[in-house]
Design a protein around this ligand. Structure first.
Ligand code: BG6
Length: 513
């Protein structure tokens, strides 16, 4: 059986791991300094993730990791570059050496078939190379996607095991470019070989959404337009583009965060219960949600661009346009609040408010469901709306904002919470990084937490018209100060579409009280 059950089995079982003898191939030519600030995805994320998996005994036995890129590098260089991100403890030295012994590197050109032939020869020469499974991680700039995917297909898929390809975003820039890319990739690979990563789908609390919803009786009957007034999906970062503006400016916050991370979370909140936890059953339900969402229009969005705060410290004094890698006078939004509607029987009329931005007042990602007022109030307006909050990061928690009798010699209601803070409840549990979970899923062949091509298509359908309109009409985003909540118009807009902000309650991590 596929799905979480298979994946759990795969994670736990040594026997299963043996069955997945694999050559993992890291495409670490990810030079675009934009993917991760001042570095590249390979050294900051992929190598560390493979090391954590190896260190935790979760990589299949006999896994070999091969880097491929244009630069002339060797394993020592790779080790040196990735070491600051590996989180190695003093006892791990021997294991770390063993891990790097599993690594090798081939340099070549992305458009050159002969380079890929050399790579294939190298793969064949590894232990059990001709029988191995091969996992190709395409952490490469979009401009070389076509060549790389083609060359892998033509020259590097000759081993007897499975071949799987991990594709990093951006998956195109709009519906047309994404469709083109999808057509190209699907002419080379089967859908079950393609793993489109949206790393938010690997986060603990995002994965928890399905269990919370479908593993509890208490939420099911309330999870609809009769009881829920609004849903707010938030992504906030307290820093700006920090030299990554060149990339960011080409995409903007809508493509960088809203169209993927927030929309994926929205699907998990809005979808119907899937028939099973089989990957395609889950993804079928997500696609159905997207199909019910009309295209986003200009009257349903507020956009902002940060400006420096003269009273702020260091970076905070610099605005987006002060980043030397950002084109002068750019209108690219670094903040956006948009409302989408899911026009089906469950959600008709309920605003799904997506809010995301850089250079804001805090780091936070969360899903917030706000319930309707209690009908027939007997407490003279003292009761505030209930909220169920799934706090994705930092400080993972699920809490329900609710009214309770003020303790002591009182009989009036007071805002309080039922709180499941992970740091309290699961003190000794290490929550894996999203990439760790997702890469392991690829080894296990579980596609549940990866984006299917029809999901991608629907996501672009919703956002492409407004993206084109913004670019064509050069609509200027509203300025907001570095370190603020974003433009005041965003808060006004959220209230207008149906979210009630009381300002009387703030969740505090109980560990930090
Ligand atoms: C990436 C975006 O997908 O997600 C970045 O391209 C953003 O702009 C990052 O900073 C946030 O990821 P996380 O896991 O730190 O919330």
């Amino acid at each position: 059986m596929e799905g979480e059950v298979q994946s759990d089995r795969c994670r736990k079982s040594h026997k299963a791991r043996k069955a997945y003898t694999t050559n993992a191939i890291v495409w670490h030519g990810l030079v675009p300094p934009w993917r991760i600030r001042s570095g590249d995805l390979a050294k900051k994320k992929i190598y560390p993730t493979l090391w954590w998996l190896y260190n935790d005994g979760l990589l299949p036995e006999d896994t070999y990791i091969v880097g491929f890129a244009r630069s002339k590098l060797n394993v020592q260089d790779i080790r040196k570059q990735s070491e600051p991100y590996l989180k190695v403890s003093a006892n791990d030295a021997e294991k770390l050496n063993a891990f790097f012994k599993r690594n090798s590197y081939v340099s070549g050109q992305y458009s050159d078939e002969a380079s890929f032939k050399a790579l294939n020869d190298h793969l064949q020469s590894l232990l059990n190379g001709a029988k191995a499974n091969r996992l190709f991680y395409l952490a490469v700039p979009p401009s070389v996607y076509h060549d790389v995917t083609r060359n892998i297909r033509v020259t590097c898929m000759s081993a007897a095991g499975w071949n799987r390809v991990i594709v990093e975003k951006p998956f195109g820039k709009d519906l047309e470019s994404s469709n083109k890319l999808s057509e190209h990739i699907s002419s080379l690979y089967q859908e079950n070989q393609i793993y489109r990563i949206d790393h938010y789908l690997g986060k603990e609390m995002v994965q928890n959404l399905m269990v919370l919803r479908f593993g509890n009786r208490i939420f099911g009957p309330l999870w609809n337009r009769d009881h829920i007034a609004s849903v707010v999906l938030t992504f906030k970062e307290p820093f700006g583009t920090q030299g990554r503006g060149g990339y960011f400016d080409e995409f903007g916050i809508i493509r960088d965060v809203m169209q993927n991370h927030l929309l994926q979370m929205m699907c998990l909140v809005a979808m119907e219960k899937p028939v099973s936890t089989n990957s395609d059953d889950v993804r079928d339900e997500k696609v159905k949600v997207l199909k019910c969402v009309p295209e986003l229009t200009l009257n349903n969005i507020v956009m902002g661009q940060y400006v420096g705060d003269p009273e702020g410290k260091g970076e905070a004094q610099k605005g987006y346009l002060d980043d030397p890698t950002v084109p002068k006078g750019s209108f690219t939004p670094t903040f956006a609040t948009a409302v989408l509607y899911v026009q089906n029987e469950r959600w008709d009329g309920v605003p799904f408010i997506m809010r995301c931005g850089k250079a804001l007042n805090e780091r936070k990602a969360e899903v917030r469901l706000q319930f309707r007022e209690v009908p027939g109030d007997i407490f003279h307006g003292q009761c505030k709306r209930n909220e169920l909050v799934i706090r994705v990061q930092p400080d993972e928690a699920v809490y329900t904002k609710m009214m309770t009798k003020k303790p002591g010699m009182f009989f009036n209601p007071e805002e309080s919470e039922l709180d499941l803070t992970y740091g309290n409840r699961y003190k000794d549990v290490k929550l894996p990084d999203a990439y760790e979970r997702l890469i392991l899923d690829v080894f296990c062949g579980n596609q549940m937490h990866f984006v299917r091509s029809d999901e991608l298509k629907e996501a672009w359908r919703i956002f492409t018209p407004i993206l084109h309109q913004l670019e064509k009409e050069k609509i200027k985003p509203l300025p907001y100060k570095y370190g603020s909540r974003g433009p005041a118009e965003s808060d006004e807009f959220i209230q207008k579409v149906g979210f009630r902000y009381e300002g009387t309650y703030k969740w505090v991590n109980p560990n930090k009280l």
